[in-house]
Ligand binder design. Structure first.
Ligand SMILES: [Zn+2]
Length: 378
């Protein structure tokens, strides 16, 4: 099995992945949504046998509240829940400087450069040796040149290749780190404030879509691509996850040109489209993170969108239109909520005209599930 669950994560991501044999499952968790949705994740963990509450890896893609909020709760309650992690991947303040590595526990200044960030303290409390262990405590960055190698093969055989960030994206976050941490609620003492009140990300004004009738896919897809420039999003960890011949692109909120550059350097990626079995659309289907070039670089049937549309009204119609128009025949859009921002795509006439299909959760708050090894969706 290679099953991807997009848990309900409000306007964020909480991606629960299981792989392996039915009786010997392995797990990894990529982001944990906002703090408000943590109870769902908690329930899910408590439903596991006590002896089975292990994740080979926890990835916290970047410092935004919609990815980190629930992770703070999870790490706080880790002992009580009896959860263990093989490794934790997160680029913290120490990694924003080239060559920066996680200080050894015996180093006296361990909390010095860490700025009292709650998240960092929680990771260290969990065992500093697990932090970015795949790169000996260094930064998770894509090498500047050359073919990309598998960064880590997890127990059970899941292979992970890093596709974002490059050092340049980490450099850009350095001066903005404190502000980003405050916004995400990971500065000491600030983490209990409702993270929704701190969002001050500015979105470009939207062009009003035609509210009457079906959206014009061709026109939407052709709108000029204005790339996302938010420094925290740029530092997102994006991964190619491969197991038993299936491949998924797990893109966090990463930049499209960054992932394009990395995808082109995958060994064996001959000219033409890279075959993938699933793409988790970057930045909740924002138009600034899915370019026509990115869609055309891959051959993929399943496109996953994680958001309830709150805050930023994602997904953007332009991004969805690009996937429908350039994603090839038989595109399937999987939404983990039904919202006023994605239900236009449910129109059957539109689906017939453009040859795609949609899937929404049966019940709100259920999220969606897709098994790449069997093709079964739920
Ligand atoms: Zn996000």
């Amino acid at each position: 099995m290679f099953r991807i669950d997009l848990l309900p994560a409000e306007y964020g991501d909480a991606i629960w992945i299981e792989y392996g044999r039915l009786r010997r499952r392995h797990r990894l968790l990529i982001d944990c949504g906002t703090s408000a949705v943590f109870p769902r994740l908690r329930e899910r963990i408590l439903a596991l046998r006590e002896s089975d509450r292990h994740f080979e890896l926890l990835v916290i893609t970047h410092v935004d509240a919609d990815h980190i909020g629930g992770a703070l709760e999870l790490l706080r309650q880790q002992q009580e829940l009896g959860v263990t992690f093989g490794e934790i991947w997160f680029n913290g303040y120490v990694h924003l400087t080239p060559g920066g590595v996680v200080p050894r526990p015996e180093a006296e200044d361990i909390l010095g450069p860490l700025q009292g960030e709650v998240l960092t303290e929680l990771i260290v409390a969990n065992g500093a040796a697990k932090w970015n262990a795949a790169v000996q405590g260094g930064a998770l960055v894509v090498p500047e040149s050359g073919p990309l190698q598998v960064l880590r093969q997890l127990p059970g055989g899941m292979k992970l290749t890093l596709l974002s960030p490059f050092q340049g994206q980490l450099d850009r976050l350095r001066p903005a780190w404190d502000a980003a941490c405050r916004k995400a609620g990971i500065v000491a003492g600030a983490a209990t404030v409702d993270d929704r009140t701190r969002l001050d990300e500015v979105e470009e004004p939207r062009e009003e879509d035609d509210l009457l009738g079906d959206p014009d896919v061709g026109q939407l897809a052709a709108r000029a691509f204005k790339p996302d420039r938010a420094a925290p999003n740029g530092t997102s960890i994006a991964l190619l996850a491969e197991y038993a011949g299936r491949r998924a692109l797990l893109s966090g909120d990463a930049f499209a040109p960054v992932m394009l550059d990395a995808l082109a350097r995958l060994p064996g990626n001959s000219p033409g489209r890279l075959r993938l079995d699933a793409v988790k659309m970057s930045h909740h289907g924002s138009r600034g993170n899915t370019s026509v070039e990115l869609v055309r670089a891959v051959q993929c049937e399943n496109w996953l969108v994680s958001t309830n549309g709150k805050q930023f009204r994602h997904p953007d119609s332009e991004a969805i239109a690009r996937v429908i128009q350039d994603g090839g025949a038989g595109v399937k859009l999987h939404f983990n909520y039904r919202s006023e921002f994605n239900e236009t795509w449910a129109a059957l006439g539109l689906q017939r005209k453009h040859g795609y299909s949609t899937r929404y959760p049966a019940d709100d708050g259920e999220g969606i599930q897709l098994d790449l090894s069997t093709g079964l969706a739920r």
